[in-house]
Design a protein around this ligand. Structure first.
Ligand SMILES: CC(C)(COP(=O)(O)OP(=O)(O)OC[C@H]1O[C@@H](n2cnc3c(N)ncnc32)[C@H](O)[C@@H]1OP(=O)(O)O)[C@@H](O)C(=O)NCCC(=O)NCCS
Length: 292
């Protein structure tokens, strides 16, 4: 199968029996038919899923390990998540997904960087938090991080962050995904690859970082493979055309001006994943509008 083999070439770690996707979820929030909405995607369907229940005291260590990754990844930007936010706002309404590695085979580079114990069979390597909203089929992607953010390049597991979010979206049959990311964050390169990315807010002063992009996308697994192949997204170019406006990620007055356009209803405006992948994070980006 082309899909699977393309991934295996670039992210060979995924075929290891010592790595598996996990879902940290209370029993009532289990998804009844994981993956049924995106059944044409064969990436995750054969993997056994490791389930962890946040309400079981014996699983506390797994939570501490998740916190450890999150604090290391977000500590430098002063956005580490308070424990009550994780519990009240993430784990109670939604769930956490990611990949875990069998603790007995953790390489030294990971042992040095992670909270781990040989008494825990599995050690988490990434986390993606997703929360359902009141709108039907719509979820909020609340947090994404992976150990890659604090490993040397040669020690990283390529696409760990990308595949963690892909797994969560696939698992929960997510139709529409909202998310928030800082304009200059490398995460923008990942988030734009799950479907055409509509800009809901280009300037978000209600957030602690005003230069935050709020986006919404209809999950479209047809374009996920392009994260690996770097092929242009032809489906996007068929449906959207340049609007004539450019967004300048470092320029606050430009972000505010674009936001006024959004409020006036001259959009909706979309970003191209192909263009985001090709450009540096501080370069201007074309805003696209639907052709019809
Ligand atoms: C952002 C994050 C989740 C990405 O996960 P990851 O496992 O590092 O990234 P992946 O291996 O899945 O993807 C690699 C791609 O991401 C992009 N990327 C990752 N780090 C990057 C960086 N420092 N600069 C530019 N692009 C980067 C690139 O496009 C890269 O692909 P390419 O090399 O083929 O171009 C991870 O780095 C992280 O935890 N960062 C800290 C927390 C954070 O900022 N989270 C996002 C909040 S919205």
């Amino acid at each position: 199968m082309r899909n699977t083999s393309e991934i295996l070439n670039k992210a060979s770690w995924i075929k290891s029996d010592d790595i598996c996707p996990y879902v940290y979820v209370r029993t009532e929030n289990h998804i009844i038919h994981p993956g049924s909405r995106h059944s044409q995607l064969d990436w995750f369907k054969d993997y056994p899923i490791l389930y962890k229940n946040p309400l079981e005291l014996k699983e506390l260590e797994f939570a501490e390990q998740i916190y450890h990754i999150e604090h290391r990844a977000f500590g430098p930007s002063n956005m580490a998540m308070p424990r009550w936010v994780f519990y009240d706002c993430a784990v109670m309404p939604g769930f956490v997904a990611g990949f875990a590695m069998r603790s007995s085979v953790l390489p030294e580079s990971l042992k040095k960087n992670l909270r781990w114990s040989k008494d825990s069979e599995w050690t988490p390597l990434s986390l993606f938090i997703i929360i359902p909203t009141m709108a039907k089929g719509e979820w909020v992607a609340h947090n994404l991080c992976s150990v890659n953010s604090f490993l040397e390049k040669e020690e990283q597991l390529y696409a760990l962050g990308f595949l963690s979010k892909a797994f969560g979206l696939w698992y929960a049959n997510v139709e529409t995904c909202i998310g928030m990311t800082q304009w200059l964050s490398p995460a923008r390169k990942l988030h734009s690859h799950y479907g055409p990315m509509e800009v809901l807010s280009s300037y978000s002063p209600v957030h602690s970082h005003a230069k935050t992009l709020t986006y919404r996308l209809k999950v479209n697994t047809n374009c996920w493979l392009q994260f690996f192949t770097k092929e242009p997204d032809l489906e996007f170019l068929e449906l959207y055309r340049p609007s004539g406006l450019m967004v300048e990620p470092k320029n606050e007055s430009n972000l505010i001006s674009i936001h006024h356009n959004i409020e006036k209803g001259t959009g909706p405006y979309f970003l191209s994943a192909t263009e985001i992948a090709q450009k540096n994070l501080d370069e201007s980006l074309t805003l696209y509008v639907p052709k019809t």
